[in-house]
Structure formats: C-alpha cells, structure tokens
Design a protein around this ligand. Structure first.
Ligand code: PA5
Length: 451
C-alpha cells in the first residue's frame, strides 16, 4: 500500500487534457532536479537523501536519543522554520495527542517542548516554570547559527542549564544540530563540547526533516526512525516515475493548472488534529519555496471539522480563488464506538453502533462535495494510516512535488531571499553595529508613521 492522490473532486475545473499539457514541462523539471541542472542546484541533497544518508550518524542519533530518554524528564527542541516544523509535525502526528500530560509510566519518552520558534518572553518564562525541578536535555538546531529566535532562546536556556548542572555537565545534556564546519553554533558546540549532528550544506532547512534536524527529536519521542526512512525510500522510488504514473508530479502539475485559472490560494485541510503541524510544515515548504518574484500560490492551512465553524462560510461562499488539498487518514490511530442512549434526548441514536471515525469520514466526504459545488476544487491525499513509514513517504511526496512545482512556475524553489528583509530591519532597529545607517532611516520612518 502507498499514499494515493486523487483529483476526481476537481469537477469541471481540471481536465485530463489540461494535465497532459504539463507533461513536457514536468519532464524537464524532473531532469532539472535529478541532473541538478536548475536554479538552486546547490540545495538538492534532499532528492537522494532517502537512499543516501549517513548511516554512522543515524547510529549516533539513536544512541544520543537513548541517553536523552534515560536521563531526562524534559526534552527541549530549540529551532525555527525548517529547523523546527518537521520534527514537530512528526512528533504530533506519531505520538499520543496528550503526550506531555500522560503520567511518565504511560508516556513513551520525556515531555517534549519546543522553543526558539518565537521571541515571546512570556512563552520562554512559562516554559522555564514548567520544567523547574525536572531533569532536562536540549537539542539546539540552527543551520546558520545566527537565527535570532533560537539564538536568544538558547542563550537563556544554556545559562539555565549551566546554573543547574554546572558548565561541564550541562554540556553533556546539550546537543547541537548545525552546519558541519561553519557558523557560530558549530563554534559554540566545539568550545563547550556538545555532541553535534550535521545539517548537510546541500539541504535547505525546509527540506531537512529526514536529516538529524528531524530524526534526533523524533527518536527521543520514541518514533521508529528506521520506519520513517524506509517510507521516504519508498517515496524516492515511487515519485521519480514518469509523469502520469507519479502522484507527486500530478499534484504539482494540477495545482499549477488551477493557479493559472486564478485559483491562487491552496488550503491544506486535515481532519485529524494530530496533523495540524504537518500542514504547518507543508505551508512553510510551499510558501517559502514558491512565493517569490511577484507570484506563487498562497498556502493556508485549516483543521476540519473545527474550522468549518469559523472559516466554512468563506470557503463555501467567499472569493472564489481557493482550492483545497485534503488529507484523509484511512485507518484512524484509535476509534470509539457511539453508544445507544435509551432516552435519545440528543436524537443521535441513528448513529448508535457507528464509530466516531465513520462520522468524521462522512463529514469529510460531505464537505468535499459541498465545496466542489461551491466552486472550490479538491485534491484528496489518501494516507493508509499514520505510521512512521507513511509519514516518511508523505514528506517525500510533498518535497518532490514542491521542487517540481517551483520549477514549473519558473522560480528557484530553494532560496528564500525575502525572509532577509524583516531580519535586516529588526537588526538595524536593535542597534546591531553593521546596520547603523539603516537604523536612522528606519527610526525616521517609524516616527513619521506615528504622526
Ligand atoms: O527553510 C529554511 O531555510 C528556513 O525556514 C530555516 O530553516 C529557518 O529560517 C531557520 O534557519 P536556521 O536553521 O539557519 O536557524
């Protein structure tokens, strides 16, 4: 079994002919990826990663994870963007919905918290309160080492750890995942003797889930990383097939076909709360890869049925520039039977004997048809069940689609020059010495805006 992709719910919005038209362009994009001949070709290490990863490092990851699991009640993953979302997506999708709240004898591994993904003092102060008195290990993840959110957070956490354990012993509980040879985090790791893992130079953050970036936190959470990597390897095999036999390429072409019909917003929808961070990971993957040069599909995410009660109206009836990609997990992790109620005051006895997942699936089917009727074409991604294997396959499905889709829309999918603009302004306003000139200009603009 493998992940299935279905475009039947696009109704009149997409014909086979239109899709076939993309054939030569998809073939070209495929060659650009596999022959490394396109824009951003220095960042294509992820393409072969499922069959070409560092086995020795994987063993070290597993050993480090065992050590962390045996000596920690709390594990803090510190990173942002591509250095954060993949591991969070996997951990949320593949562990208990209330992992941190389970008693330790029922929980598989330490409590896991994420930090460095914002600059909120309240968030970090609250986290420090929550972990007080517990045994802690930290994984700090940053390819550049200079990203302000994890860097500030880690400075504070490092201080906390050194005060708690002493410098030497704190160093034995801090793990760095960063560039192999350069950057301040690498220097810090060397000087403090942290065990460190490598983010390969030829893999950008948002394509790094199946490297140490994702694998160490996942292994600490008790996730079968071998299963995940074998799912990714299956994806590698499946998603290099010729266009019309390749669901990942069909997805890439189909979304571009809709974009050309002014369907400029793609909403990824899931009916499992545990997939919320998977959709967040997808949002970053496509948003950062394609939104450039004045174009790009705007990726948004919604959790159904929750958001049908907040955004359902807009999707059904608002501006008609939307299409949807729906994640359907065929076999739920757990299911609950709906009981017969003698009084039947809630009038729900017509569901007695059915399961909650049965109802969830009917909600999905009904919503897809309603949205199709309302002018919102739907793609359906069918996942047999949410296991590490299918998670790995799913990640590769979307990574490959993203590379192809970016080349189809004529952008470099592997850079992110736009992200620098806010950083420059923030550093200037914070008084970083090399931005002195900009500081004056920006402050004048802020002053004028406030008048
Ligand atoms: O995909 C990307 O490249 C970004 O999202 C980065 O992962 C993110 O900005 C974090 O960068 P770094 O790992 O250098 O701290």
């Amino acid at each position: 079994m493998s992940i299935k992709f279905d475009i039947k719910n696009t109704g009149d919005f997409l014909s086979c002919k239109e899709l076939e038209y993309f054939g030569p362009f998809v073939d070209r994009a495929h060659s650009m990826l596999h022959e490394k001949s396109g824009q951003g070709n220095g960042y294509l290490g992820w393409v072969d990663l499922p069959v070409n990863y560092d086995k020795e490092e994987l063993e070290r990851i597993k050993q480090a994870a065992e050590k962390i699991r045996s000596e920690s009640e709390v594990f803090i993953v510190t990173g942002i963007g591509g250095s954060y979302l993949g591991s969070r997506a996997a951990i949320e999708a593949l562990t208990h919905s209330f992992h941190n709240m389970l008693p330790s004898n029922k929980r598989n591994g330490p409590e896991i918290y994420f930090a460095g993904n914002n600059i909120s003092s309240t968030y970090l102060a609250d986290l420090l309160e929550v972990i007080d008195g517990k045994e802690v290990s930290i994984n700090v993840i940053s390819k550049s080492g200079t990203t302000i959110e994890p860097a500030i957070t880690f400075r504070i956490l490092k201080d906390y750890m050194e005060k708690k354990y002493g410098t030497l012993n704190a160093g034995k509980r801090i793990y760095a995942t960063t560039d192999k040879s350069q950057g301040v985090l690498k220097k810090l790791a060397d000087s403090k003797n942290y065990e460190y893992f490598v983010i390969p130079g030829n893999i950008g953050g948002r394509f790094s889930v199946s490297t140490a970036v994702g694998l160490l936190p996942m292994a600490v959470a008790g996730i079968d990383v071998d299963g995940l990597l074998s799912g990714a390897a299956k994806g590698y095999e499946l998603y290099q097939k010729p266009f019309l036999d390749n669901p990942s390429y069909i997805y890439a072409a189909a979304r571009n076909a809709l974009y050309r019909k002014m369907k400029t917003v793609e909403i990824m929808v899931s009916y499992e709360p545990s997939l919320h961070y998977f959709t967040e990971w997808w949002k970053q993957l496509f948003g950062e890869s394609e939104g450039k040069d004045g174009k790009g599909i705007f990726p948004a995410v919604l959790d159904f049925t929750t958001d049908l009660h907040s955004m359902g109206q807009y999707i059904q009836d608002g501006l008609r520039n939307i299409f949807e990609t729906v994640l359907r997990v065929e076999k739920p992790g757990k299911d609950i039977k709906i009981n017969e109620d003698v009084e039947n005051l809630d009038k729900l006895n017509f569901l007695a004997g059915k399961t909650m997942d049965f109802v969830n699936k009917k909600a999905l089917d009904g919503t897809m048809l309603a949205h199709q009727d309302g002018g919102v074409p739907n793609f359906l991604v069918k996942i047999p069940e949410m296991t590490p294997y299918y998670f790995g396959q799913l990640v590769y499905f979307f990574e490959k689609a993203c590379g192809i889709s970016g080349y189809l829309s004529g952008v470099n999918p592997f850079d992110q020059p736009g992200v620098e603009a806010y950083k420059r302004n923030m550093f200037a306003l914070l008084g970083k010495p090399e931005y002195e000139k900009e500081k004056e200009i920006l402050e004048r603009r802020l002053y004028n805006n406030s008048q």
